[in-house]
Design a protein around this ligand. Structure first.
Ligand SMILES: Nc1ncnc2c1ncn2[C@@H]1O[C@H](COP(=O)(O)OP(=O)(O)OP(=O)(O)O)[C@@H](O)[C@H]1O
Length: 302
């Protein structure tokens, strides 16, 4: 499998304010890539640049060897996208709108498949003005996917979706990726991206600060332990005496990024200090932990 999308040293300013600084990354065919970052980091701006919706100040975008820019949209024929709010015609039904978006190739079949996959059957023949926020969002996602695009760009697609719809979307995107579709997706629901994406791009202050596989990123943080104790002052003294790094929350000693042997070491120190141990809980550091660590290490949020 090759690379479908290359973003090469993209710079973007709004007026005097530079919001993207040399953004470089690529998306491989059949991969789901999560673009995460604090509010204002530049995620939507990158997606708009990829779709040739805004002019950029430097660098470029290439889809399968063809450049994309504000004046060059040829390469977007095989791209589906949902950016910000879905474009909905209020007086047309959802089905009519999907048929309008669908190209001639496999039109009716694709429309029916996507309606079923997104669970939209109950309301698809009602005018879209009667749709809830989540229903409109689903219609927007369906429009992005109805032509079997090779590359899909989704900006916050889970906005307004209920848990069943989030799961339906996850299954649908995973199936598409298994058939070779590439997906670039942004969301603040990191737990969902963790289940969905193969690769992660972390953006802060308009720069990619990490490009990694999801598996590598999750491992990087290691594990943490929460040790609930009978007497927290006694426990603090015992941990300090053993010279062991720790934090406290309420009646618990917290070990973050614990290496092999750290839990034993801490428990030994506590038992030696005569501290009653009430419970021990293990947390594996997840995408959220890795994300917050990296953004904080990069000087905090945008
Ligand atoms: N049309 C515009 N004019 C001026 N500034 C803009 C414009 N669009 C975006 N910006 C600024 O560019 C920066 C990046 O915005 P962008 O919408 O790309 O961030 P984001 O990462 O998608 O944020 P969020 O998570 O809140 O959606 C922000 O500081 C924003 O204020």
């Amino acid at each position: 499998m090759g690379t479908i999308l290359t973003v090469d040293h993209l710079d973007k300013s709004f007026g005097k304010r530079q919001v993207l600084h040399g953004v470089d990354f690529f998306v491989e065919e059949g991969h789901i890539v999560a673009l995460v970052g604090p509010n204002g980091a530049g995620k939507s701006t990158i997606m708009k640049a990829i779709l040739g919706l805004i002019p950029v100040n430097g660098g470029g975008v290439d889809i399968k060897g063809q450049p994309v820019s504000i004046t060059s949209h040829q390469a977007l024929r095989n791209v589906g996208a949902l950016i910000e709010y879905p474009g909905i015609y209020p007086f047309m039904t959802g089905r009519q709108q999907l048929a309008l978006f669908a190209n001639q190739h496999g039109k009716a079949k694709n429309v029916e498949t996507i309606i079923a996959a997104m669970g939209m059957g109950k309301y698809i023949d009602l005018p879209a003005k009667s749709y809830s926020l989540g229903m409109k969002q689903k219609l927007g996602i369906a429009q992005a996917l109805v032509n079997d695009p090779k590359l899909v760009i989704l900006d916050e697609p889970m906005n307004g979706l209920d848990p069943q719809a989030v799961k339906d979307l996850r299954d649908l995107l995973r199936n598409l990726a298994a058939r070779g579709t590439s997906i670039l997706i942004s969301s603040h629901i990191l737990s969902e991206l963790e289940k969905l994406a193969d690769d992660v791009l972390i953006l802060n202050h308009g720069q990619i600060i990490k490009h990694s596989t999801m598996a590598d990123l999750e491992q990087q943080g290691g594990v943490g332990y929460t040790i609930e104790v009978g007497n927290i002052d006694q426990a603090k003294a015992a941990m300090a005496m053993a010279n062991h790094p720790f934090e406290t929350v309420g009646n618990a000693i917290i070990l973050t990024h614990a290496a092999a042997g750290d839990l034993n070491h801490a428990l030994y120190a506590l038992v030696q200090g005569g501290v009653a141990i009430v419970s021990i809980t293990q947390q594996s550091d997840d995408l959220e932990g890795a994300f917050l660590d990296m953004v904080n290490a990069d000087g905090g949020e945008a």
